[in-house]
Design a protein around this ligand. Sequence first.
Ligand SMILES: Cc1cc2nc3c(=O)[nH]c(=O)nc-3n(C[C@H](O)[C@H](O)[C@H](O)COP(=O)(O)OP(=O)(O)OC[C@H]3O[C@@H](n4cnc5c(N)ncnc54)[C@H](O)[C@@H]3O)c2cc1C
Length: 307
Amino acid sequence: MSYALIIAEVRRGVFEERNLDSAGIAALLGKEAVMLIPDGAYEAGNIAETVVKVKVAEEVFLNPLNLKNILGQVFAARGNPDLIVFTHSSFGMESAAYTAGAFGFPVVTDVSGYDKEKGVFLKSYYSDKIFGEFKASGGPVVISVRSGSFKEFAVDKAAKAEEMEGAAPVETRTFVEYVEEEKADVDITKADFLLSVGRGIGSKEEIPAYEDLAGRLKAVLSGSRPVIDKMWLPKPRQVGTSGKTVRPKVYLAMGISGAFQHIAGMKDSECIIAVNKDTEAPIFQYAHFGIIADIHKVRDKLKEIVG
Ligand SMILES: Cc1cc2nc3c(=O)[nH]c(=O)nc-3n(C[C@H](O)[C@H](O)[C@H](O)COP(=O)(O)OP(=O)(O)OC[C@H]3O[C@@H](n4cnc5c(N)ncnc54)[C@H](O)[C@@H]3O)c2cc1C
């Protein structure tokens, strides 16, 4: 039977919204969707033709070594699918690659679009500046889909519920614990005014002076990745692709060069002001206002003005 096998993303008993993207791409490709979900009281919704509850615990299901054996059972019972869909989460990234390697299937990760005419999967590069087209052949295609890319294609379906026994867990890798994300003292995504500092501040000793300026400006202090990696500011304060995406009314960037990973996280701010001593710094291409100067001097001048 031709079908798309969707591996549901669940965490601590919660069925994640990003599963809509997996259901969406199956619908976009016109595939009948069979969704695998572990044992538990998940509100899976009617987004696949068939929802198969695998009678194993969530921690067993989320282990790609176990999942491989479960998939083997599904293939034996239903035949190979055309498509195996994971979300592009840390679980999906690892499991898509592992599954493809284990079965010798082709894989395309981080899929964010599909060109129906050409029949190719699309992958975004450099914050959507260019897209790669991928055609896969020679077996069920394993994909992981980027969150938010396909959910509008998901449709309500009268899901048929089924159950299956899961293969015995593989003992070579076992679940230890969930590690909580570092708690944020402040949510930088909610701030109207962000004062963001980069490597250009020079050292951790400079942080209090910028914190002081942020307080006077009624701004929240955030930073580029090096500032977080050096532990000058905590992780929840990081702006960029591996940090937070922010859209404040004012984004004041001091000593930040403007690498695309940073720009992707702040380019939609209403007003971007950049301070940098390098006239060629890429951030100036995105800034509404630019100041070419030493950031520490600008900091002290601003303090003087604001009081
Ligand atoms: C997978 C991956 C994910 C990443 N994710 C992120 C992310 O989420 N966020 C992020 O920010 N980066 C991210 N990066 C890192 C990114 O590529 C850059 O290395 C980083 O953004 C650079 O930070 P920066 O601008 O603070 O430092 P730099 O690039 O070193 O720039 C410092 C700037 O300060 C200026 N400067 C120095 N001294 C002064 C002074 N006294 N006065 C005025 N200007 C001065 C310099 O001219 C320079 O332009 C990621 C990278 C990878 C590979």
